[in-house]
Design a protein around this ligand. Structure first.
Ligand code: CP
Length: 307
């Protein structure tokens, strides 16, 4: 592959190859000296047109640990504010010969469009409600390490599925790896069309969480609700927020995940999110660096082979 635009383009063996390589970087990242020169001589530009903590920081750390020259574009201070378009901005940076372009954009499809215009490898760091492939890969690595496998698991994805690129990429990845997926949430946030992904749909947390191995919570994506119905946070927490009582329906060793940023007391109880016996939220962040290192190494290999 030349780019990493979405999980939909990856095969089972592509996914396994990225996760296997990422394991090496999990070990490296836990050592006091964490440096390799896999990306030495390459230039990585990070362009985030939407806010980010985890994805932006981990792509930057990943590039630096692999020896790339990493540049973060401060999009708020860029000429986008003067009316320059996304494509003109990308072409301007393209003329500086970057090798890896990491892009987050609020519009679904914007990153695919940009990838058609530039000469370098493009990594999608989240586009609208379309895909967030490195998030699904880091979630997959977290699940595989916690459960010892990434197939034939019962996995519940709960909350605002409709507006979530995290849910979409996870549905595709976990489906490709032959897991049973349940989507749980109010019909406004989990429309029936998501059954097309092969998932079972539930409106009731206690029913949907029965005997699951993995509980993945999602944030209410108010920024993507376009003035539509926004549920009251109190009522939402009562019905769909994950707490110890609802989690007791899942398997006793079920893990709790959240991609972050999380809203404590809205989609998840804060004490449960901090419970290191159940919550793998911090592991997800750790896996994020390793998976991004692996994805960039594989794309760089292709770049060098094509040169
Ligand atoms: N999970 C995730 O994409 O978080 P950020 O928006 O902080 O990058």
């Amino acid at each position: 592959h030349r780019h990493l635009l979405g999980i939909e383009h990856l095969s089972q063996s592509d996914i396994t190859a990225i996760l296997d390589l990422a394991e090496k970087y999990v070990d490296m990242n836990r050592q006091s000296t964490k440096h390799s020169d896999v990306l030495s001589g390459l230039t990585q530009i990070n362009m985030f047109f939407e806010n980010s903590t985890r994805t932006q920081a981990s792509f930057e750390i990943a590039g630096k640990r692999l020896g790339a020259d990493v540049m973060n574009m401060a999009m708020q201070a860029s000429s986008i504010k003067k009316g320059e378009t996304l494509i003109d901005t990308a072409m301007t940076l393209n003329a500086m010969h970057p090798d890896l372009l990491v892009v987050r954009h609020p519009h679904s499809g914007a990153v695919d469009l940009l990838a058609q215009k530039v000469n370098c490898a493009v990594l999608n760091a989240g586009d609208g409600k379309h895909e967030h492939p490195t998030q699904a890969l880091l979630d997959a690595l977290t699940i595989r390490r916690a459960k010892g496998r990434l197939h034939r698991l019962n996995i519940a994805i709960c909350g605002d599925v409709a507006h979530s690129r995290v849910a979409r990429s996870n549905l595709i990845l976990l489906g490709k790896m032959e897991n049973r997926i349940r989507l749980i949430g109010p019909p406004t946030l989990v429309p029936n069309q998501f059954a097309e992904f092969g998932a079972e749909i539930y409106d009731d947390m206690n029913e949907g969480l029965k005997d699951v191995d993995v509980v993945m919570m999602l944030r209410l994506q108010k920024e993507r609700m376009d003035g539509g119905f926004i549920p009251s946070e109190r009522e939402y927490y009562h019905r769909y927020g994950l707490d110890a009582a609802k989690l007791s329906q899942a398997k006793p060793d079920a893990i709790v995940m959240h991609p972050g940023p999380m809203n404590r007391g809205v989609e998840i109880d804060g004490t449960l999110a901090d419970d290191i016996n159940r919550s793998v939220i911090q592991e997800q962040v750790e896996m994020g660096v390793a998976v991004r290192m692996a994805a960039m190494e594989l794309l760089a290999r292709n770049l060098r082979e094509a040169a």
